[in-house]
Ligand binder design. Structure first.
Ligand code: PAF
Length: 288
């Protein structure tokens, strides 16, 4: 695996990829876990050469403490990436990625950023869009891989690619879970033992919510989830939303009527954000 820290040297190396070969790209912020490695494995199966980037992007953090405390395990990350035969690793500095100002571009994501993560983390998706677009311009991948845990991010990246006519195919990779159901996340490593023990409650609740929803019972299910977290001694619910997975619009009363008439075309998904102490965890489940 070759490692690059500047845009210039990475671009030079990518010039040597043969014209008939494809490039797969996995952008990350490091502190790699099995979920990230599954993205790289998918990329290896799909493309001839694979680029991974590690860059903790300051403009997508709405809370300073979250940025400062973001875990970093660089030496282990390199070992893991070698094990899955990553070809190129790109680890740029802030100056490389933001040569002028460390500021986000403002995007129009057709409202996809106005709900859930976007509503609770001001400026987050403009930061994500800015850095992913810059990385795409540098790497020029044929395929880019994103985990479904950040489902809203995935839809927003697809929207950006469509609106900016970028020549890259976005590939979604299913959530990787711990044996007890907790969705893998770099932030899990910061959970205390007590919070780590309680955190699987999030996915257990999503599974019960899925059974209760049954294609139509959004209000009942939402109330039940909110109550379940009120009764939890440690975990604090930030939001639980049932939304159409294509446009992320919350389930409306009319949708229930449509469902009862037999129109079951819409695909719903539950989205959740929970505080485990200072650590904010998100998860999602398809409800179909
Ligand atoms: O999902 C992430 O890790 C980040 O949001 C990403 C896509 C690497 C952009 O910084």
């Amino acid at each position: 695996m070759q490692i690059f820290t500047t845009v210039k040297t990475l671009k030079l190396a990518l010039k040597n990829v043969l014209p008939n070969q494809t490039v797969g790209f996995v952008p990350t912020m490091g502190a790699l876990h099995k979920g990230h490695l599954s993205l790289v494995k998918n990329a290896k199966k799909t493309a001839d050469r694979v680029v991974v980037s590690i860059f903790v992007n300051p403009t997508q953090f709405d809370r300073k403490e979250d940025l400062i405390n973001y875990p970093s395990t660089f030496q282990t990350d390199i070992k893991h990436l070698q094990e899955v035969s990553c070809d190129f690793l790109f680890v740029p500095t802030i100056k490389e990625m933001y040569p002028n100002h460390t500021e986000s571009q403002v995007f129009d994501f057709d409202g996809l950023d106005q709900v859930m993560e976007g509503a609770h983390r001001k400026g987050h998706f403009n930061g994500v869009g800015t850095i992913v677009k810059r990385l795409f311009e540098i790497v020029q991948p044929n395929f880019a891989f994103f985990g479904e845990k950040d489902f809203q991010q995935l839809q927003i990246i697809k929207k950006m690619v469509e609106k900016e006519s970028l020549q890259v195919k976005i590939i979604a990779v299913p959530i990787f879970r711990e044996p007890d159901g907790l969705a893998m996340s770099s932030r899990n490593s910061r959970l205390t033992d007590l919070y780590r023990e309680e955190a699987p409650f999030i996915f257990q609740t999503l599974l019960k919510a899925k059974a209760m929803f049954d294609g139509k019972n959004a209000i009942k299910t939402t109330k039940w989830v909110e109550e379940a977290f009120k009764n939890h001694p440690l975990l604090v619910l930030e939001y639980f939303t049932i939304a159409d997975e294509s446009n992320l619009l919350p389930f409306r009363k009319n949708d229930k009527k449509e469902f009862e008439k037999g129109n079951k075309n819409q695909k719903y998904r539950a989205f959740i954000a929970v505080f485990a102490g200072d650590i904010r965890l998100i998860d999602t489940i398809a409800l179909y």
